[in-house]
Design a binder for this molecule. Structure first.
Ligand SMILES: *[C@@H]1O[C@H](CO)[C@@H](O)[C@H](O)[C@H]1NC(C)=O
Length: 211
């Protein structure tokens, strides 16, 4: 028998934490409790011996930890990219400006079908949103809209729908002028309204330099 060292104790802790005790207890709930305990004990000893001898020697354990750390780091990076890339989130500079994108940041718009209005705070050349969201949003005959420019909107506060931001396909928008938008975050994005459109704050202008 090798002596028990710190690594092994850590391994044991992990093992015990992972042990599905609740499952086993629920399986044996109502059965004779002494018998249940003996079964659990036997199972644990068997599992531990197996575990100790087979795959988690010190080197294997170190390798495993390293692997987990790399995995976590990658997951974190991918996760960041994943979340922030959706719904015209302002993370990268939109230059050059594609011709297919008709409307500009700062323009006041109205939703053609739903009637609510708001101001554009960002755009994507085509929809960037979770697959599930897009499936739900567009019926099969409207799925082509996914390939068209999409705009992120701060919705005028006094709408009856109760939403404060929206992500809308170009086809569903029309530009309106002469109406101001009221929204608690307006000052984050714009410095003023010039009578026709909103003037971007410097940080937003950096992201949309041609708008
Ligand atoms: C936003 O709501 C206010 C208050 O109802 C209204 O005066 C304004 O014209 C609306 N703006 C737009 C762009 O519809």
């Amino acid at each position: 028998m090798p002596t028990i060292n710190a690594i092994m104790i850590i391994q044991l802790c992990v093992l015990v934490a992972a042990f599905p005790a609740q499952y086993l207890l629920s399986q044996w709930y109502g059965a004779d409790s002494t018998q249940s305990l003996q079964l659990i004990e036997r199972w644990l000893i068997g599992y531990w011996n197996n575990f100790r001898w087979s795959y988690l020697g010190q080197n294997a354990w170190t390798r495993y930890l390293k692997h987990q750390m790399v995995k976590m780091r990658n997951w974190y990076n991918e996760g960041e990219e994943y979340i922030h890339a959706y719904f015209a989130e302002p993370t990268r500079i939109r230059s050059p400006r594609p011709e297919s994108v008709q409307f500009k940041v700062g323009m006041v718009i109205m939703h053609k079908q739903l009637g609510y209005s708001g101001v554009i705070i960002g755009w994507d050349v085509e929809a960037r949103a979770p697959e599930e969201w897009l499936k739900q949003k567009y019926p099969p005959e409207k799925q082509y809209l996914r390939k068209s420019p999409h705009y992120r909107i701060l919705v005028n506060k006094s709408n009856r729908i109760g939403i404060s931001t929206a992500y809308i396909a170009e086809e569903n928008l029309k530009v309106i002028t002469g109406y101001e938008v009221f929204h608690p975050d307006l000052k984050v994005y714009f410095s003023k309204y010039d009578g026709a459109k909103y003037i971007m704050q410097p940080w937003l202008k950096q992201i949309y330099p041609h708008d």
